[in-house]
Design a protein around this ligand. Structure first.
Ligand SMILES: [Zn+2]
Length: 110
């Protein structure tokens, strides 16, 4: 069974603490054992025998390359969001030619 998700090199599958199909998935990371906060949505994975594993955000980032885990708090200010500043470089400068009625005149003041 090939998972669509490939861990980064160095990932040790033998470290994964798989949880049996009848056991509730616990709220500690199956890899590093750190507690997963309630509001976090850990990466869940099932192996071919339906055993489950969960990965905390740190492991998701470290081993699965998931960096879009930006949460509201206690996340380090990494790289931030790249805000594109819309500078006015593409300004279309159309010259509004003000044709004054004087210039449009015939000239002869008759
Ligand atoms: Zn972890």
């Amino acid at each position: 069974m090939t998972s669509p998700l490939e861990p980064k090199p160095g990932f040790d599958w033998t470290r994964v603490r798989w949880t049996g199909p009848l056991a509730a998935v616990d709220d500690t990371c199956s890899y590093c054992g750190s507690a997963i906060p309630d509001k976090h949505v850990p990466l869940r994975m099932w192996n071919s025998t339906s055993w489950a594993a969960v990965f905390c955000y740190a492991c998701m980032e470290t081993w699965w390359g998931m960096t879009s885990l930006a949460d509201d708090d206690d996340s380090e200010p990494d790289e931030g969001e790249s805000d594109v500043d819309h500078e006015a470089d593409g300004d279309l400068d159309f010259e509004q030619d003000d044709d004054d009625p004087e210039a449009d005149d015939d000239g002869d003041g008759l």
